[in-house]
Design a protein around this ligand. Structure first.
Ligand SMILES: Cc1cc2nc3c(=O)[nH]c(=O)nc-3n(C[C@H](O)[C@H](O)[C@H](O)COP(=O)(O)O)c2cc1C
Length: 336
């Protein structure tokens, strides 16, 4: 699907439109997932899973950077806290053609905390600023940050303002704010997405106190009506779990949030559209379920939905003829 930057409503110096984005999600928003989501919305900005600088610089670099050009507009999220490594990783990302590079300051997992990655960095605004500065100095694509409204021990609104203010001094203009704190000890990453209460008011207040910044709100958003409401207070909305589990929501995004006038694809059309991509993946030795595990959410609330999910989650591992099974799954979506 063509990506036309001229249609962007973003600022002239930053051609990425962040009015609606799909959140970075480890193990979920891989390249196959993003390719599928792109069939549903031409305008949603898509984020990669977090890639650590260690993996990118010392691992299988090409595998971590790989994407299909149809995935654009596409941003990469990095995890790290070494300014030189983040600068080098940003350069690789820019060279690979990503439209934006984002720094993860929101992930609460123990594993990443030990490496000074993610939400624990909210306690170190000077280091985060140094990282962002190094990234900005190394690339000409926009550098953005995704963070929480706080962490345990740094939970006040003034500490949030202090963090945002310091990072903004580097020239970083875009702040994606997950509207809950992260509790760095005792909660799993999953619990940290559910237990600390959402506080949208602080994100709205941040936009009021820093009107020149682009503030994107994230956390617990489930419907386009909720998106519209948040957009009265913030510059953009980012959806994670709902966009994944109920991907068909994206089919309405272009018309509802980007004033696009093309017809949204049906579920069946969106799924059939990825057939050539699947053929290619199979030809390269890949498996059907690598891709179809991300489409299960298309089937909700209609006769045949269960059979669809069963085909693509159970039978998919047994079949000798994956394309035939895929076509059967498409047939179950007929007229949907
Ligand atoms: C499975 C999963 C993996 C995630 N991985 C990342 C990640 O790599 N980087 C990140 O910044 N946030 C990650 N998150 C958090 C989401 O980006 C998002 O901030 C969070 O889910 C709240 O938004 P939501 O309520 O719309 O899902 C992850 C969330 C989930 C569910």
């Amino acid at each position: 699907m063509p990506y036309n930057p001229l249609e962007n409503q973003g600022k002239p110096e930053d051609s990425v439109n962040r009015r609606f984005s799909v959140a970075p999600m480890m193990d979920w928003t891989d390249r196959h997932c993003r390719y599928f989501l792109r069939q549903l919305s031409q305008h949603a900005l898509l984020y990669t899973e977090m890639v650590t600088t260690g993996a990118l610089l010392h691992g299988d670099t090409q595998r971590f950077l790989r994407y299909h050009t149809d995935e654009h507009p596409l941003a990469i999220q990095l995890g790290g806290s070494n300014p030189q490594d983040l600068a080098a990783s940003s350069r690789l990302a820019e060279k690979a053609g990503y439209a934006e590079v984002n720094l993860n300051v929101g992930c609460p997992s123990d594993r990443v905390q030990n490496n000074m990655i993610g939400a624990c960095l909210m306690a170190h605004p000077a280091l985060v600023s140094e990282c962002i500065k190094a990234m900005q100095d190394s690339v000409s694509i926009p550098v953005t940050i995704k963070h929480r409204i706080g962490i345990n021990g740094r939970e006040s609104y003034s500490q949030l303002c202090d963090f945002v203010g310091q990072v903004a001094e580097t020239g970083c203009n875009t702040f994606i704010v997950h509207a809950r704190i992260a509790i760095l000890e005792g909660l799993s990453p999953k619990e940290n997405r559910e237990i600390p209460p959402l506080n949208y008011e602080w994100v709205y207040q941040l936009k009021k106190d820093f009107p020149a910044l682009e503030v994107i709100i994230n956390g617990g958003i489930k419907t386009l009506a909720e998106c519209q409401e948040h957009l009265r207070h913030c510059d953009g909305v980012m959806l994670g779990r709902e966009a994944y589990h109920n991907a068909y929501l994206l089919a309405e995004v272009d018309a509802a949030l980007f004033s696009a006038n093309h017809m949204p694809p049906s579920r069946e059309q969106a799924l059939r559209a990825i057939r050539p991509y699947i053929e290619q993946h199979l030809a390269e030795g890949g498996a059907l379920h690598h891709i179809t595990r991300h489409v299960l959410g298309l089937a909700q609330g209609f006769p045949g939905a269960r059979q669809f999910r069963q085909l693509l989650s159970t039978q998919v591992h047994k079949t000798q003829d994956p394309l035939r099974l895929f076509d059967q799954a498409c047939d179950l979506l007929q007229g949907r």
